[in-house]
Design a binder for this molecule. Structure first.
Ligand code: NAP
Length: 310
């Protein structure tokens, strides 16, 4: 990652941006560039030491003191609730939430809350954190939710009897399905918040050379390292679409879209099925203890001219 020591350049000053998974890869560059644009940035990390190091490095490289690190294991709902409370106690306004943290797990594991880890981190965490922070985002409107999804969703369908890999588990397919679920929820969120002043979009960052998959052992992690060395783009480039959706004035009113290379693109037909999205919404609401009607469909007026196409 570059070490360009320019200070903040304005544009995003007065904006508070929360970036999850900001200790590494795409999230780190996104957080640093938003800080460089003058935003106050909340760096959400998993590991306390890495969170502290990333926060200090972002302060240094962005030339900004307005960077705070908070540690939370986002695969645990109680930690997401504590994180949301802490953010809301500290920041009277929150304008941008980038749900970037995510991972692939070669072997099936349950969290201490009894949820399969990929589902907990890649699906329930962005859903719950977005839902908990939504009132604060609405009060701060115009505001944005940006979900880091993946082209790995393509060619897959949700298996309703095996959402958490109960019957069969294959790490990369489970990962792809988690990103399919994230897209379905992105579109449903956009439909439910249309006109509220909060936009909700998703993106594919490209194949990016990061620490992705390195939480696994052996051949699985090695294969990603080799492929990454051969074909992946650098995080600076991989973060461009997330930075664009989080900050560019030209997309302030755009909602319910999927982007790649800073352009809207069409996600798979399975990801655009509104009845699956509604069914999934009810499922994850139950799994996270969120009222299924929150936020209610069509809340607010079409103030932003938003176009939630799903
Ligand atoms: N790299 C790619 O080619 C690619 C392609 C498509 C989509 N994506 C998506 O891009 C996003 C960012 O990934 P990346 O490639 O930048 O990978 P990365 O370098 O591994 O970064 C992942 C980030 O998520 C954090 N994280 C992991 N588990 C967590 C947990 N339980 N609680 C809180 N934070 C946690 C990590 O923190 P720690 O390091 O401290 O654990 C790290 O900051 C992910 O959603 C990924 O699915 C990546």
């Amino acid at each position: 990652m570059g070490d360009d020591r320019r200070g903040p350049v304005g544009g995003m000053s007065e904006r508070v941006c929360v970036v999850t998974g900001a200790t590494s890869g795409i999230g780190f560059v996104t957080a640093r560039e938003l800080a460089r644009q003058g935003a106050t940035v909340v760096v959400v990390g998993h590991d306390p030491r890495r969170t502290l190091e990333a926060t200090e490095r972002i302060r240094r490289e962005a030339g900004s003191a307005q960077v705070e690190g908070i540690t939370a294991d986002l695969s645990l709902q109680r930690e997401i609730r504590t994180l949301s409370t802490r953010i809301q106690q500290t920041y009277p306004r929150v304008h941008v939430l980038v749900n970037n943290a995510g991972a692939v797990f070669a072997a099936r594991e349950l969290t201490t809350e009894g949820i399969e880890r990929t589902w907990a981190l890649n699906v329930l965490a962005p859903f719950l954190l977005s839902t908990l922070l939504l009132p604060r985002l609405q009060e701060s409107a115009p505001a944005r939710i940006v979900n880091v999804a993946s082209a790995a969703h393509r060619g897959l369908r949700l298996n309703w009897d095996n959402l958490q890999g109960e019957q069969a588990y294959s790490g990369y397919r489970v990962y792809g399905r988690s990103k399919l679920a994230l897209l379905l929820l992105t579109y449903e969120f956009a439909r439910r918040t249309a006109g509220s002043g909060v936009t909700v979009n998703a993106l594919h960052p490209g194949f990016v050379a990061t620490r992705f998959a390195q939480n696994n052992r052996g051949a699985f992690a090695r294969a990603f390292r080799i492929l990454s060395g051969l074909f992946a783009i650098q995080p600076e480039r991989g973060a461009q679409t997330a930075i664009y959706l989080a900050s560019d004035p030209s997309v302030q009113s755009v909602t319910g879209q999927y982007f790649a290379r800073r352009r809207p693109t069409t996600s798979s037909p399975a990801s655009r099925d509104p009845s699956s999205a509604n069914r999934l919404w009810l499922t994850v609401a139950l799994q996270t203890g969120v009222p299924p009607t929150s936020p209610s469909a069509g809340a607010g007026q079409a103030r932003t001219g938003a176009n939630p196409t799903g």
